[in-house]
Design a protein around this ligand. Structure first.
Ligand code: AVJ
Ligand code: FE
Length: 402
């Protein structure tokens, strides 16, 4: 069965929507800001933009269409593995009008290739089966939007084109500090069909002992008590106001911190230290996924619309079956787990998406943040970063043995 015209149109529409959001994020920025290196650990935005187009060219034009690239071997400068973030400012990458043309020209060619592509649920090429490559490309642009938002936090005076005040106006809910999850066999990972990344497969059973997990993410207020008591660093983008209070400094602003919101921009080491300080521990990623069962991704603070978090305990009507709220959205949640392959893992479609990162170097985060596009997030979605990193929109909740 070949995909109908209308499903190809739907893919085209979704590619266009992803691009609109990318352009919306950079609309307030000038060329100097797009090309500037703000941080050793983040790419200049111009690199992300060129990389988004180059990834599209590589998969949707060269690999599926068998066509030649527009700029010879320019792609080597957009290879994320070959070019560490700290070096990306000096690369001979495309900038300004040339960069805009490249984004547009690649898109025209990708849509031409899509016209002739054999997308089908049973397509022989696994890259085309269920439209995998197109789903991957849409998700990839969405994921880079979040990396871009990490950098945008460092841009003084950035004014978002659009802010949805809905999430911030959600009401917190009352409930117990922790909720219980039964022990036993839990199915972990993505089912065999439907889009997911290689690292989410194969789905497999994991035996868990009964445990308890915090009903809500840890709040900024609770975290700052830990900071005051132990001398730990405040979260990134938070500083003292000189009068005993705290300010949030992202995007060059100086606003009072929202003490009742989930803490964000803390490292794994800091999350782990907080958990031990309160006599708890971080959940494993399997525990996290078991606790997430039944959570509603459509009632969650995702999609970059709010430019901030909702109060801890919001979206209680969309709680997981165990009673935990905000498992999805608001802040990524650090887990105690290293980013490792599931038993029977097969790299697909390329080992540099997941395989090269497996091991004990990276820690797994789950659930997505306000800055994550909704389409990226599934209960099985695995994010990872170095345990010392704080630029990601990461908070956490604690667990303990039952
Ligand atoms: C899943 C966020 C760790 O940014 O390195 C983007 C996503 N992979 N382009 C990353 C990704 C290829 C990835 N993370
Ligand atoms: Fe990428």
């Amino acid at each position: 069965m070949t995909a109908s015209r209308s499903s190809k149109e739907a893919i085209g529409d979704r590619l266009a929507e992803a691009r609109e959001r990318t352009f919306q994020l950079i609309e307030p920025l000038d060329q100097e800001q797009l090309n500037r290196v703000y941080s050793e650990i983040l790419s200049p935005l111009a690199w992300d933009l060129g990389h988004i187009a180059n990834f599209e060219e590589l998969w949707l034009v060269q690999t599926i269409g068998g066509r030649q690239p527009l700029h010879g071997d320019l792609g080597r400068f957009y290879d994320a593995i070959e070019n560490p973030r700290r070096s990306r400012g000096e690369l001979p990458i495309l900038r300004d009008a040339e960069l805009r043309s490249y984004l547009a020209d690649v898109r025209v060619r990708a849509l031409e290739v899509l016209e002739d592509a054999e997308i089908a649920s049973d397509a022989e090429d696994p890259l085309l089966r269920e439209g995998f490559a197109y789903e991957m490309l849409i998700a990839h642009e969405h994921q880079h939007n979040e990396t871009m938002l990490q950098l945008i936090q460092l841009v003084d005076g950035y004014e978002p084109v659009r802010v949805d005040s809905g999430p911030a106006a959600e009401y917190p809910s009352d409930g117990p500090e922790m909720v219980a999850v039964d022990g036993g066999e839990h199915e972990i990972g993505a089912a065999a069909s439907g889009f997911a990344y290689d690292n989410e497969r194969p789905r497999h059973a994991v035996r868990l002992d009964a445990f308890e997990i915090d009903r809500t993410p840890v709040t900024t207020g609770a975290y700052l008590e830990f900071v005051e008591a132990t001398g730990a660093e405040p979260p990134m983008h938070v500083e003292r106001d000189g009068e005993g209070g705290w300010l949030r400094t992202a995007m060059g602003r100086r606003d009072p911190v929202e003490l009742d919101h989930p803490v964000v921009h803390v490292s794994w080491h800091e999350a782990d230290a907080f958990a031990r300080w309160v006599g708890k521990r971080l959940p494993t990623e399997s525990e996290w996924e078991a606790a997430c069962a039944g959570a509603d991704p459509d009632r969650a603070n995702l999609d970059q619309l709010a430019f901030g978090t909702a109060p801890a305990g919001a979206y209680a009507d969309a709680a997981a079956d165990c009673g935990a709220v905000q498992m999805l959205g608001d802040v990524w949640e650090w887990t105690s787990s290293d980013f490792e392959a599931y038993p029977g893992f097969e790299p697909f479609p390329y080992p540099e998406y997941s395989k090269v990162f497996f091991g004990d170097t990276y820690k797994v985060l789950r659930g997505g943040a306000w800055a994550t596009r909704r389409n990226v997030i599934r209960p099985s979605f695995r994010n990872w970063d170095l345990p010392e990193r704080r630029q990601i929109f990461a908070g956490f909740r604690c667990a303990r043995d039952a």
